[in-house]
Design a protein around this ligand. Sequence first.
Ligand code: DER
Length: 224
Amino acid sequence: SKNDSSKKNAGYKAAEYVEDGMVLGLGTGSTTHYFIEKVGMRMAEEGIKVKGIPTSFQSLLLAKKWNIPITTLEENDIDLSVDGADEVDSDFNLIKGGGAAHTKEKIVDYAAKEFIVIVDESKVVGKLGTFPVPVEVIPDASRVVIQALEDMGAECEIRMAQRKDGPVITDNGNFVIDAKFSEIASPQHLEIDLNSIPGVVENGIFTQMVDRVIVGTSDGTKEL
Ligand code: DER
């Protein structure tokens, strides 16, 4: 579909920033799927040698599929991380976590020397917040975290799984609460405030770390 070709254009374009010898942060989602694919193709076709640090079981399995050697943040710094987003605003603030992977994504993306976001045009917004903010939470703390989020003005629901009965369980064994705020005046403050709630592991607001935003279109890409 048009949507897929724009995601593919963005993912392939980001792969052009990969240089031989790099350690890469491998993001999660359907757009980053194309980035990982293109890195694998460049390894096969050009013989470049890179290592990847996955941000989820999904990106781990994709890296294995494309024979990208895996390493860890314990062993290596990250030269370049490429990841998707659910929303990106004009200040390069993001909402991520649509794929329930934002905890490891934020660790990897924030540690990288360069962080590139790849999106299709539907993700570019004037103000963050149409998409609910994903909040990863220790399961036993769900009720009290929801109470705190509601006191902050959010409408909350525990994210339920599609192919499993009950809630989505993250790669870290936790629940995700989707918190819909009527407006997000300061993404920077909200990112900090959310992580101050006891029981919150990580939230999907990403601020002040994005170096480039590549927007895929049906016939190419543009940079914000
Ligand atoms: O979970 C995530 O943060 C993903 O990056 C997601 O938000 C973007 O996924 P998509 O590229 O499939 O839309």
